[in-house]
Design a binder for this molecule. Sequence first.
Ligand code: SF4
Ligand code: SF4
Length: 356
Amino acid sequence: MNKEWSEKNTEIQKLLGKESTYKDGIDLLINFRNELFEQITFIVNGFPREAFSRMPFAGTDGYHSMTLAYSIWHIFRIEDIAAHTLINNDEQILFTNDFLKNIGSPIITTGNELQGEDIAEFSEKLDINSLYEYAKAVMLSTNDILTKLEYPQLKRRFSDSDKDRLISSECVSTDENAEWLIDYWCGKDVRGLIKMPFCRHWIMHIEAMQRIKNKLCKIARKGVDPVAYCGFSCNHCFLGEWCGSCRTEYNTCSFATCFPDKKCPNVTCCKEKGFDGCYECAEIESCHKGFYIEGNDGANAAKAQAVFIKKYGKKAFLKAHDKLHEKYDFSKTQEILGQDMYEGLKLFEDTYSDNG
Ligand code: SF4
Ligand code: SF4
């Protein structure tokens, strides 16, 4: 498990365990849930729709063997059922505001009964934007429930009538892969539900989602030109593990994702001008568009690399990068190439020719 997330989870559970620190625990839990939800937002905003039904780890064991869409559905169906049918005894969020109709899901269950290819087929049917809106509404609703819960209520256990209500909701499949959830949830107290469906369960599935999306990026980059439009090398980029390259639909470059259309202005400009990259442009040295905007920490390092490609070509560029990485320990190229384009270019050239 992600070490930082695991430590936060431990801290939260510790705080929730004592009446004197309970409210601090709830505050920390809600902040943590918001932080984890940002990961889902990032994926929904940054990845093409086809990514949500792909199973790059199909056939393996673990949550990462599922899809991105299934993971979101599953996390928030479980939370919705536990929060509303069990704890609050009121209407689940799925049955409000046309969520079910808009998502287009053929099931109302948690999805535990789905296996293998069924998961991919199910995922293809879901409208991802509506699913995201549903997930957000469930999160906010649960946050509200958590805020109102008082410490003595944590010890509340579930009765036979709670269990009957859960069964008659038909939100848990009678399939053997799903039915166990009923006894599992009803065997816990409210605190137990906060611990698992509202926190740890998120961590495990969101971690799995990260593995899925990173793998999809890796697959997307296979066979694709590793030189980015701006002059960076995707093969040597510190974001390379989770970015699918600005030459694919899996582009999650942190600069591009700052724009509402998720398109890097340099990529758009190159495409408009019919350039393979900014290194083909006569204006490269004076350009301040997109990533080259004045004040951007990496602008001159990127331009230095683009000018290098202009002078020596991509093959030499990638070789120079290998040498730069052998010689120096760094993550962002600007840490080595600095803030002056010509000095950066000189250092890159010297490294390439082994004079540096
Ligand atoms: S951030 Fe840019 S250089 Fe890095 S992997 Fe993505 S497209 Fe390539
Ligand atoms: S004008 Fe700037 S952003 Fe556009 S292709 Fe030329 S160098 Fe790239």
